[in-house]
Design a protein around this ligand. Structure first.
Ligand code: IPM
Ligand code: MG
Length: 359
């Protein structure tokens, strides 16, 4: 049976990187017998421009009906002055929440060909293979109460609530432990239990869940230390599991270890394995429309989609190997360029990956 894939290009560089992923999906469909149908929808600023809302009803309906979703990026300076509930980011947070996509997997893998592109020394990052498991539908991103209010003394104050139920912590822990079983069997849970009660509970539940996984070792780090360890000695990590806000920050750090944030894909999964796939980088409005954005994070997000939602692990391997070959041939977009390589644009990089599928 054919699987329905919803494509949400979004804003900034979103449309141009998604165009490369769509070429790839069309090739997999026509030449590799992948049974898919593609549909498109508007989200973020594009949703606002089309229908006056960053997450149009119609888009959400298509998303609910889809087997998997591929998203580009959302956001742009032209939307910054809109009321908060109409800003592009609301569309992204809204779809994550509405579909219950609580488990965000962000693999930070260093392709050996890019060891020299990282701002860290090659020996610190070569061989890097970390899976960050970020809780995505709870925590301070969604906690109530929140707002900006005026106090009796006339001062305004802004406030948010970092809140997790035991059930929310437990399910993200189970995701992390299940993933660790297929890897090096080490989970590092990141929190701020020396200060925050919500983290105290987080740690307690992590310990409890770990009893069900005797083959997996569990360690804990405070988030400040974890950030430091990520740049000091990143290879100590296998699976890192953490809350929404901490995961947002740590995954950007991890991205840079791999040479460029333009290399990092992600999967956001619900309880049944339905997923939304997106590059970790944002909409980069400053370079949009110039054919210089790196499409590899989006292409690798297609690979994650094949693996996690479409049950096509062999095809996912084919895509990963094609990316690896293109890098081995020396092709680089500007963000991962080092001397002696061939600098290419977004479209050429996309074409090269498709070409390399058959090598
Ligand atoms: C991410 C992004 C989003 C987040 C923004 C765009 C709302 O930074 O996916 O990491 O904070 O989750
Ligand atoms: Mg982020």
């Amino acid at each position: 049976m054919s699987k329905k894939i919803l494509i949400l290009p979004g804003d900034g560089i979103g449309p141009e990187i998604i165009a490369q992923a769509m070429k790839l999906l069309e090739t997999l469909k026509h030449d590799f017998d992948l049974k898919i149908t593609l549909e498109q929808g508007a989200i973020g600023g594009a949703g606002y421009d089309d229908c006056g809302h960053p997450l149009p009803e119609h888009t959400l309906k298509l998303a609910r009906e889809a087997d998997a979703i591929l998203l580009g990026a959302v956001g742009g300076p032209q939307y910054d002055s809109l009321p908060r509930e109409l800003r592009p980011e609301r569309g992204l947070l809204g779809i994550r929440s509405a579909l219950g996509l609580f488990a965000n997997l962000r693999p930070a893998i260093l392709y050996p060909q890019l060891a020299g592109a990282s701002t860290l020394r090659a020996e610190v990052v070569s061989g890097l293979d970390i899976m960050i498991v970020r809780e995505l539908t709870g925590g301070i991103y969604f906690g109530q109460p929140r707002g900006i209010r005026t106090r009796e003394d006339g001062q305004r104050e802004g406030f948010n609530t970092m809140i997790y139920t035991e059930a929310e912590i437990e399910r993200i822990m189970r995701t992390a432990f299940d993933i660790a079983l297929k890897r090096q069997r080490r989970v590092c849970s990141v929190d701020k239990a020396n200060v925050l009660e919500v983290s105290e509970l987080w740690r307690e539940v992590a310990e409890r869940v770990s009893k069900d996984y005797p083959e997996v070792s569990l360690s804990h780090l405070y988030v400040d230390n974890a950030a430091m360890q990520l740049v000091r000695a990143p290879k100590q990590f296998d699976v890192m599991v953490t809350s929404n806000l901490f995961g947002d920050v740590l995954s950007d750090i991890a991205a840079m270890l791999t040479g460029s944030i333009g290399m990092l894909p992600s999967a956001s999964l619900d309880a049944n394995g339905k997923g939304m796939y997106e590059p970790v980088h944002g909409s980069a409005p400053d370079i949009a429309g110039q054919d210089i954005a790196n499409p590899l994070a989006t292409i690798l997000s297609v690979s994650m989609m094949l693996r996690y939602s479409l049950d096509e692990a062999a095809l996912a391997d084919t895509v990963d190997q094609a990316v690896s070959r293109v890098l081995a041939h020396g092709l680089r977009t500007g963000d991962i360029y080092t001397e002696g390589c061939e600098r290419v644009g977004t479209q050429l990089m996309g074409d090269a990956v498709i070409e390399a599928l058959r090598d």
